[in-house]
Design a protein around this ligand. Structure first.
Ligand code: SF4
Length: 327
């Protein structure tokens, strides 16, 4: 084992100060960082245990709901405010991981989970630009069945693996961040970076910053659905997932559509033009297919993941059709 220091700060301010030290990592639910340490992928010099910090509440906030960063996934999915106002988020969380992991995993930690690319998780593969910048990408010519078809680069084709963030992107949620320079918030849509030439940089967290909350704005939707397609139903990451919300008026026309794809890109994938294409339309598979085509424009499959393009198209149509008929 590689030695590391352990601290349990008593305040967010202390945690942020400690996190400014290079090589430090936050420990919350521990459902990803501990695995990564055991497998030799991450080796922090300082583990900062934030589980005692008072950022674990779910409360109404500016007409919406604020989720403290340390709220557990199970608690969020089961909370009355979430089930009543944001059912797509509750569905997304319940589609992720096992009950045991959801009991431990936190909102902030869920957002920062790392990709499940096989080569990233196995340091015996020397080529992984995300793990060792400049080393290459074993997935480009390797087993890339689970990899991205959108937003990737020739340096990295890994996907963002989570479910919760896909629903949060469709909900226009904001990530609240606290750092040495104070508090700021960032839209979920732009929080994750595309890999470009630096796939080791995955999001817009500045050195020393921590996620303290996620803000959900008020939402108007007559129906929503989170649809996840995976290799097995019990416990697997998405090959493709869709968070879909529609608002339909009394005349039966769509007044607003929001949908995001998971499992296909380095971040939840949302294209405003695809959503605009549904406005004013009567719900029908044909109009949903047109919107899916816009969402998937530019898709670039690799040797083993070509099936994802049609799978994503069909999943979008099915999720939107379902959102057009249910709350
Ligand atoms: Fe590493 Fe990304 Fe290539 Fe996977 S896809 S091997 S994470 S560089």
């Amino acid at each position: 084992m590689i030695p590391f220091r352990y601290s349990a700060p008593a305040s967010v301010e202390d945690a942020v100060t400690m996190a400014g030290e290079p090589g430090s990592r936050f420990l919350a639910g521990g459902t990803n960082i501990i695995d990564l340490m055991k497998m030799g992928v991450e080796h922090p010099s300082h583990l900062i245990d934030i589980t005692r910090l008072p950022i674990d509440r779910i409360e109404e906030h500016q007409g919406g709901v604020r989720l403290g960063a340390l709220t557990r996934n199970t608690a969020v999915a089961a909370h009355r405010l979430i089930r009543e106002r944001y059912p797509v988020l509750s569905q997304a969380i319940l589609a992720g991981a096992s009950p045991q992991i959801r009991n431990m995993a936190t909102t902030g930690g869920n957002l920062l989970q790392r990709t499940r690319c096989f080569y990233f998780y196995d340091p015996s593969y020397s080529e992984c630009n995300k793990r060792v910048p400049g080393s290459g990408c074993a997935a480009l010519q390797g087993n890339n069945r689970i990899h991205a078809i959108l937003g990737a680069s020739d340096r990295c084709i890994a996907t963002y693996p989570g479910d919760m963030a896909v629903a949060l992107a469709a909900l226009d949620a904001k990530v609240v961040l606290r750092g040495p320079r104070g508090e700021r918030s960032e839209a979920m849509d732009t929080f994750y970076r595309l890999p470009g030439d630096t796939p080791n940089i995955e999001h817009d967290l500045l050195p020393g910053e921590m996620i303290t909350a996620v803000d959900l704005p008020p939402v108007q939707a007559t129906g929503s659905r989170y649809l996840k397609v995976r290799d097995r139903n019990s416990f697997a990451f998405a090959l493709v997932s869709v968070a879909a919300m529609l608002n339909i008026d009394a005349a039966g026309k769509i007044t607003q559509a929001r949908f995001a794809l998971g499992g296909v890109a380095p971040r939840p994938w949302r294209v405003p033009e695809a959503e605009d294409a549904l406005r004013g339309k009567i719900p029908a598979d044909s109009v949903f297919r047109d919107a899916a085509d816009i969402l998937l424009r530019g898709a670039k499959p690799y040797r083993f993941n070509g099936f994802k393009v049609e799978l994503a198209r069909r999943a979008v149509v099915r999720a939107l059709a379902s959102a057009s008929t249910r709350a």
